[in-house]
Ligand binder design. Structure first.
Ligand SMILES: C[S@@+](CC[C@H](N)C(=O)[O-])C[C@H]1O[C@@H](n2cnc3c(N)ncnc32)[C@H](O)[C@@H]1O
Length: 191
């Protein structure tokens, strides 16, 4: 399965919401995420970190970020993007069983990955265990016109099964995607 993502890696950042190359799109994602994350400095796990765009964005904002992704080609690009920064790391591993310290994170972030996991409920149990008491879980997901994904109701239901709160925020503003959208895209925040 990681081979499929390896093949996506060279062009992954071409999508506006992936590479965040447009300054307005980049600023919108930074504002959105930092409005729900604990204030920096804080420790964030970015699970399924892809080419590292969001991890590096948060590191630039003062967070310490550990990214995990099972695609070596994605991680290679993420490490290149991070350059010689010491506040962001990337590990090649399964995000469903992240090799990160339990209870060590102020926040766990996952953007567009939960839907692709074989057992999202089991993964969420692992992710919640990474959090310090009072830590936050941020899940950016969607139910896309391509027919894949998770609805907001499915994701809030999965988070609810862990015994945590789940607050759903629709992400309808085209600024996040570089165009108008007509499918369901959202952020779920669990405090
Ligand atoms: C749609 S991309 C999202 C990347 C990044 N989170 C972002 O928002 O730009 C999905 C990423 O999840 C990774 N991925 C999918 N399943 C995974 C798994 N089981 N373990 C680790 N990474 C996984 C893929 O390699 C890919 O980099």
């Amino acid at each position: 399965m990681s081979e499929l993502w390896d093949a996506e890696a060279p062009t992954f950042d071409d999508d506006p919401d992936h590479g965040l190359r447009d300054p307005q799109t980049r600023a919108a994602w930074l504002d959105l995420l930092t409005s729900h994350l604990p204030p920096a400095p804080a420790r964030v796990a970015d699970l399924g970190s892809g080419t590292g765009t969001v991890s590096v964005l948060l590191a630039e904002a003062g967070y310490t970020v550990d990214g995990v992704d099972f695609s070596p080609a994605m991680v290679e690009r993420a490490r290149a993007k991070a350059g010689d920064r010491t506040d962001v790391t990337f590990t090649v591993a399964d995000a469903a069983l992240p090799p990160l310290s339990e209870g060590a994170y102020d926040a766990v972030l996952c953007r567009h990955v939960l839907w692709a996991l074989p057992d999202p409920a089991a993964a969420l149990e692992q992710w919640v265990a990474l959090l310090q008491p009072g830590g936050r879980l941020l899940l950016v997901e969607g139910s896309w016109h391509s027919g894949v994904g998770l609805t907001g109701a499915q994701t809030t239901g999965l988070v609810g099964e862990t015994g945590r709160t789940a607050e759903l925020q629709a992400l309808t503003d085209p600024v996040y995607w570089g165009r108008e959208i007509d499918d369901e895209r959202y952020l779920v925040v669990s405090r």
